[in-house]
Design a protein around this ligand. Structure first.
Ligand SMILES: *Cc1c(COP(=O)(O)O)cnc(C)c1O
Length: 272
């Protein structure tokens, strides 16, 4: 187990962990204020980059927070929530089925034995990185009579601990996807390096954008590459400067999670 955050000297914390001091949101008012603050940060980053703030979608990430807090986020206006574990997402979806316009985005790695659940309740899946999962998901979606927006996850940091396809493998992967007609491919997703050093985080986002530009030239028919999902609480401004169209933000909206990032990505401490 990694050292707890309070045992780590501040200058060794990653960008993500430095932002780990967000206060807990405990009322609808707190959520309104936090959402407004994040939208303001998005707007400022867009201004710096000469982009339209409407070109960046905020995906609030609710993982680890309980139903009561998710309901507050809903009351504050959230209609799509991101979860990285299928079981947790399904439990919340069932508990909150009364909120008929609340949708769910699964943003974490998926094993084929969980595709059935995702095909049933998710409206978006952001971590597609294998043909086995693509095939199994597509099959289940046809049974459910549904379609699903998907993002292909790319490992832009080169860390062995991260899921996602190697950049060189994405082109071939995309060419296989038109066979799966229930998957609506929207674009690419990545997690940047967990580092306090912006000069090492930014290249991950640049890599995803450049890969997208390269692949867009001859993308297979029906395969959309408009979207770039990149950036979290600690680094979304950098991601926006580099072209993010979706930012996945948890702690800046819900408050700090109890455990450091290394807990959720168990081998994240293997960073170079
Ligand atoms: C948790 C998570 C996020 C959000 O991270 P925060 O630091 O809470 O903003 C983004 N993307 C993925 C894949 C996640 O699991």
């Amino acid at each position: 187990m990694q050292a707890r955050m309070d045992e780590v000297a501040p200058d060794t914390l990653t960008l993500h962990e430095q932002h780990g001091r967000y206060p807990q949101a405990n009322s609808v008012e707190d959520f309104r204020r936090n959402l407004a603050a994040v939208q303001q940060r998005i707007a400022s980053a867009c201004l710096r980059a000469g982009r339209d703030p409407a070109s960046v979608r905020l995906l609030p990430v609710s993982k680890t927070f309980d139903e009561a807090h998710l309901r507050m986020a809903y009351a504050a206006g959230c209609r799509l929530l991101g979860e990285n574990k299928v079981q947790e997402a399904q439990r919340k979806w069932e508990a909150m089925a009364d909120l008929t316009d609340l949708q769910w985005s699964v943003i974490g790695h998926l094993q084929t034995n969980k595709v059935k659940q995702v095909a049933r309740f998710a409206s978006e899946f952001q971590a597609l990185d294998s043909l086995r999962v693509a095939e199994a998901l597509d099959r289940r979606l046809h049974i459910e009579g549904r379609q699903l927006d998907v993002f292909v996850q790319v490992n832009t940091s080169g860390e062995v601990s991260k899921y996602g396809l190697a950049p060189d493998d994405v082109g071939g992967f995309l060419r296989a996807l038109p066979a799966f007609s229930a998957l609506r491919v929207q674009g690419l997703m990545t997690l940047a390096l967990f580092s306090a050093d912006v000069s090492r985080v930014r290249p991950c986002f640049v890599r995803l954008r450049e890969l997208r530009e390269r692949l867009r030239q001859d993308a297979p028919p029906g395969i959309g590459l408009e979207e770039l999902s990149m950036g979290m609480s600690g680094d979304f401004e950098i991601a926006i400067e580099e072209g993010a169209t979706v930012v996945r933000v948890g702690q800046a909206i819900f408050g700090a999670r109890a455990m450091p990032d290394a807990y959720y990505w168990p081998t994240a401490d293997a960073c170079p």
